[in-house]
Design a protein around this ligand. Structure first.
Ligand SMILES: N[C@@H](CCC(=O)N[C@@H](CS)C(=O)NCC(=O)O)C(=O)O
Length: 323
């Protein structure tokens, strides 16, 4: 088996390491909205706008938070076209995608270029946009969800319970780091690897981590115990894409989530929380991955399966009450 990286096979050549592994770019817009306005960007209703893809696991986090916090009236949202080409994310009316009522952009790259004319990175979702300054505030999902969790309470229909309470923050951060490295980003490291070795390293780290999580969830309903936290929503968006996409498209095929009894029940439990199922769009998810990475799936055929039963009883009530 050759160990020569095949850069032409890399979906994002600028994020390719010499050993053929994928290294994700840093998000560049990192300003913060604050409840008290101390950052110069005060939380407000009707001021901020989200650009998201329902296909993307990172953007999905923000869609879940907007829904569970009841921020739909306060923060407007555009859902981009799930099928991306060399021009990047497109914005248009379509099945499940929506136009841009704020700026009338037809490509998300316009938001990046008008915020920073010199921007030459990869144009990514999610984006939190400020109507007042006419700029991107932040394009890092982990920071956007903390803002939606904590800073918009005055405008939230459901300001409680917060998903990252200060007393649990250190433990949540530790779990997040483990889950990000091995699972959230781990599936991409499998799928975007261009050498056998890089793929195998990512693959073993991913399935070892799923074993750790499977054991952790044997006697805890959620990752931190009886209460749902940010760590759960961050894992959820990867788990719900795992069997329909990552097993086949990214070659993460040692075991499926349905083969892990605890992770499978946990996935269903989170999916069945009020409001969550409505944020999961399997059509966008599957069309995006299978039709957007031509080096991985040149025919762009979208598989019809697998059958999924996310509404089936999860059987995890005995492990503690959901908040
Ligand atoms: N660090 C970012 C990552 C976001 C990201 O990579 N999003 C992907 C979609 S899953 C994207 O927009 N990719 C655009 C592209 O690949 O051109 C975050 O968590 O917000």
């Amino acid at each position: 088996m050759t160990e020569q990286p095949g850069p032409t096979a890399a979906p994002f050549p600028k994020e390719l390491e010499v050993d053929g592994s994928f290294r994700r770019q840093e998000s560049v817009f990192r300003d913060h909205v604050t409840a008290d306005g101390s950052s110069g960007l005060p939380a407000a209703a009707g001021r901020y706008h989200l650009y998201v893809s329902l296909a993307c696991p990172w953007a999905h986090r923000t869609v879940i938070y907007r829904r569970l916090r009841g921020l739909e009236d306060a923060i407007s949202m555009t859902i981009v076209d799930p099928e991306r080409d060399e021009r990047g994310w497109a914005i248009a009316e379509g099945p499940g995608n929506t136009p841009d009522p704020v700026n009338g952009f037809t490509f998300l790259s316009e938001a990046y270029r008008s915020s920073d004319p010199g921007f030459d990175g990869r144009v990514t979702v999610p984006v939190l946009w400020d109507r007042v300054t006419g700029r991107i505030v932040n394009n890092e999902s982990s920071e956007i969800i903390r803002m939606l969790d904590r800073e918009f309470a005055a405008f939230a229909k459901h300001p409680e319970p917060v998903f990252c309470p200060p007393e649990l923050e250190a433990e949540i951060d530790a779990v997040n780091t483990f889950v990000y490295d091995n699972v959230n980003n781990g599936v991409y490291r499998c799928g975007f690897a261009v050498t056998q070795r890089a793929y195998e390293r990512a693959f073993h780290a991913l399935f070892d981590a799923l074993d750790v999580l499977e054991r952790r969830l044997a006697d805890r309903r959620y990752l931190l115990g009886a209460r749902i936290t940010e760590a759960d929503w961050r894992l959820f968006t990867t788990l719900v894409r795992f069997d329909p996409v990552y097993v086949g498209h990214f070659k993460c095929n040692l075991r499926r989530i349905v083969d892990h009894p605890n992770l499978n029940g946990y996935l269903r439990d989170l999916y069945q929380r009020p409001g969550v199922a409505g944020t999961v769009d399997l059509d966008h998810i599957k069309r995006h991955y299978y039709r957007t990475h031509p080096t991985i799936n040149p025919t762009r055929i979208v598989p019809l399966g697998p059958a999924m039963d996310l509404e089936a009883p999860h059987g995890r009530e005995g492990l503690g009450d959901a908040p």
